[in-house]
Each structure stands twice: as C-alpha cells, then as structure tokens.
Design a protein around this ligand. Sequence first.
Ligand code: SF4
Length: 637
Amino acid sequence: MYGWMGKILRVDLGSEAVTEIPTEPYAERFLGGRGIASRIYWETVRPHVGAFDPENRLIFVTGPLVGTGAQGATRMSVIGKSPMTLPEGFCYGNMGGFVGAELKKAGFDGLVIEGKAKRLVYVRISDNKAEIRDASSLWGKKVSEVAQSLREAYGEKVRFITTGVAGERMVRTAVAVADHESAATGGWGAVMGSKNLKAIAINGSQAPQVAEPNKLKELNRYTVEIAKRFRLAIPPMLMGRKDLGLEVIGKGQCHQCGLECIRGKYRISTGQEGYRKCQAMEVYLPFTYGRPEEPPETLFNAPVLCNEYSICTFEVRTIVDWLYACYRSGSLGEEETGLPLSKIGSMEFFEALLHAIAYREGFGDILAEGLARAKDRLPSAAAQMIPHDVIPILRGELDPPRAFFAHALIYAMEPRVHMPLLHEAAFLRANWKIGRMVPGATPVTWEVFRNVAKTFWGSEDAANLVSFDGKALATKKTQDRTYIKDSLGLCDFAWPIMYSKTTEDHVGDPTLEGKIFTAVTGEPADKLETYGERIFTLQRAIMVREGSKGIESDVPPERNFTEPFTTDSLGRELTVPGSSGDEVTTKGNTLDWDQFKAMREEYYHLRGWNPETGFPLPETLARLQLNDLAPVFPRKG
Ligand code: SF4
C-alpha cells in the first residue's frame, strides 16, 4: 500500500491494551488525515460523550503524502470531542513540524488514544511498538522541560506531543504541543490532561514506500519552482517596528519541506534567535498597550511562554485585549482580578496572566474556562465588554461573510473558524492589495486575480468578493479542496498554489495535488474530488448527529445581515477588488437575506442536497458510498 505504513495504533489508557487498526479500509474510503480521523470519530465517539469523559478519543491521523518527501506534506490531523467549542462537540485541528512524519517512520499512520489512565503516563512509540510508561516525573513540567527529559531518555531525534500545566489542569483552551513550535488548537491539551496523559514520545527508522519515486522528485522540483510567490517575511502588525530589529535569518522548515512560508528563524535586536510563525508572533504587542519602551524580548518570547504553559495564542491575545479595555474603562481592577493590570504590556503582567490561567488560580480559573464561557462569572460591565465576535475557537469576524460573501456558508457549516477555508480568498486579496501598493511585489494583478478565480473557483464572477455571483460553486470548490488538503497532510501555508511568480500567466496549478497523490500512491488523481465531497458529507453527518439542524443552522451570525461592517476582529478595514478591479471598501456592507438564500439553494443543488432541508439526498449518499450515514438525516432528506 503505497504512501502508508498500513496500520493505525490504538492505545486504551484505561485497560492499557495496545492494538492496531488496518489503515487500508479507511484510506480507501476516506483518503487520510482529517477524513480518516473523522470516520473513526463517527464510529467511536457517541454524541452524548463529554470532552473529558474517558470515552472521548484523541485521534491523530497523518496523510498518505506525509513522510514521503512530498513538499509541504507535514500535517497530522487531531480530532475528538472538543472542550473548547460551545457546547462541547466534534472539532478538528492539525499540527505540522516533524511529529506526523516520525509517527509514520515508527510504522504507524495514526494514533487513537482512548480511556483514562489510572496513573500519570506517557506513551512511548518506537519501530512498530508502543508502551504506556510512568510520567510522574514529567507532571507539572513546562513543554521545554518535557522536551529535555525526553531527549535525555530517547536521544536528540525524539519527536513528541505534550501539553504544559494548562493541559494537565484541563484549561479548556489548552493546546497539544509538538516539537518545532507546532501546536493544535481545539482544547486537545486539556483532553490529554483529562486522560492523565502527559506526552507521546516517538522515534522511527522506516519510511513509507512511494509508487513512482522519480516522478515524485520531478514534481517536487516543479512544486518548489511554482510555489515562488510572495513571502511575507514579517507578520503584518510587526512591520514598521524597526525598533525591534526583527529580521529573518533562515527558514523554519518542517520535515523535508523546501517551500517558502511564514515559519522562519528570526533574530531580534538583542541577538536572541528562535523559530516563530504567523499569528502567534503577534500574541502580545506591548506597544499597543502603551509600552513602546518594553524590551523586544517581551514580544519575541510571548508565544514561547504560551506554548510552555500550552494555552491557545489566539485566546490569549483576545483575553489581553479585553482586559486592557476593561482596565481602562474601570470595569475590572487589580484587586478583583489579582492581576497587575496597570502593567499590561510588560512581561511581568503576561507571565502573571498565563500562570493564573494555567494553574486555575483565582480570576485565572474563570478565564481557564475560555472567554466565551466566562461571561456568566464576570461582573456585568466586564462581561459586556467581551467582543461580540468571541466564539470558542478563534474570532467570528476574521474575513467575515459581509466582507467576503463566499464565507457566509463556510462560517455557517464549521464547528470552529477554520482558517484554511478562509485563506484562499484572504491570501489572494492580500497579494492583490500588496501588488497595488508596491507594483511587481506580488504576481497578483486584477487580471491574474480573475484568472485564478476562474481556474480555482469555477468562474471569473467569483473574483468579485462582494457579490453573490459564482459564490455557491466557489464555496463548494474551496471546501472540497481544503478537506482534501487536510486529508492528504498538506500544509495550509503552502497549498493550494493558486498564483505564482514563475508561471507564464501567474496562475497556479490546480492539478498538482492530484499528480503528487498519483506519484505517491499509484491511485488515479480523479479520485480526489470524490474524496473531498465524501469527507465533507461525513462531517455534515457528524454535525447533524450532534445537533446541527441543516438548513436552519446554515446561516452565518445574524450581525452579518443587520450590522454594517466596520473592521474585522484585528481592527482592519478590508478593501477588495470591485467589479472592474478598482479598490473598494467593505465598510458599511451587510448581507442581503434573499440573495444569501438564493446562493444557499444553488449550493445545495451543487452538493446534491435537499433544498428544503439541507440534508444529502439518498442518491447523493449512494453516489458517495455513504449509505450508512442515512439514518442520521431526517427522513424527508
Ligand atoms: S510550508 Fe512552512 S509551515 Fe508548511 S510544511 Fe513547509 S516549512 Fe512547514
């Protein structure tokens, strides 16, 4: 079976039984990563199970491309019942770096953790073996301390997943952290804590077989070439902060990846160096809290400290912004919170906040439940200041539906804000905008934008982000492609390659994932589209089983129809290309209800769903070989 090691490891922490599940039947129907993990969830996690119940599963699954040398194929999906969503429900995250590839090198395509250990444990995985070992010496340790202990025990090459004190104490926003500064949000660190599981340590020496190794090498060379686009070296909010002396001194590659991306090795003016990436670098911005004199280490070390305790950086950023607003307005004070609010922006405050949340001390215990759940335990003035778009995972006004109309159904149909689904339009728009400001800096002109829309979203009409034309098809294509990406194990920072500096027309290659899939697995590329539809439909069934009401639930947050857009969750006013490529503001936009309903109906037709219920028709389930999902959809669907 090319691309795979052939088995998924299953560890029951309660009975200490270690067994294996064959990968093949799952891969045949659900491709990999997100698809396989969702199917295992469907089969094993009943709707009434709570996130912290022993019956919940932590399901890690890599993809068929992971560990094969395919470019950007580093991702491992993490799926389970999340303590972070409100209410607790099905959710997903994923992690990059090296750990997914190492799991395959150890002989396993995935790992299912179930039950609750009677003692504090970690799971040790090495070539085709797994054992449950005592973790009492690791308990209470920060991530870097766990890393050091595991490296002393198993060598420098050990790869791992762990969680800090926040996970141990079941802070709902606790992340599962892997080496190389990788982490998966969704509350998976808290689920590890609920199972008395501190870490998973992995070493392997094998490799998956590739069907056509020479073809894969050729495709890798082509991928590296056409993936040359525009590299945003410094995250947007740190641009212009010359005082930090922030510079990129190298790439921050994950396993065998040679692609350009925003994960890099950085240095600041004090000479300190480290790997950082993306939004996490902006988790704490002292200058926005009136502390321009704060040393650059404060900003640079803040994401590392979040990982050490293992608290989701997005949540932390929102909490700090909210506390600052509360303190300035007098809604919260130092006495009632026990936090040095007058020092927001300093490292002293940041450490005090993370410590209080991770150890659930005093006011930190309220925040440990997540800001979305904290409302009822807060003074009403402070509760009212929680931003209206705070939802349990990320924020509801990131590239929101009334700024990008195609996001209306995307927002409505997911259990969390799923950035890869939003990135297609957001990255393209950002490149187009940079190109207008600095001509030639990016390949995305208005003409390229339209051609990309036609190639990847199905029509030139889809290029106009603030019209409903072509958006039903664009939404379906984006969803299916993203689910395929998450299932193959491809990284969202690199894929899909929609535009390029090196192709003649500057449009990327929508066939590339399929060609690589064929080179690795020997399977025909045209299977991928059906996989996308099938996995999406499976997730639909899971969500309906857990309470989604189909058409009634397929509505984005009401404010999109009623409140004119001003700025997004990060305070940005968004401009987009108008119908002739001129720059138009989205300020003041709302969604039109009738036009939204027409788009939704068209979308249901494209999916083969009943337009009255939003449930798949029986013939659609049959076409996708998903007849076993039928009982979950009410009869008339
Ligand atoms: S593109 Fe960047 S983040 Fe993605 S796999 Fe490659 S190095 Fe890692």
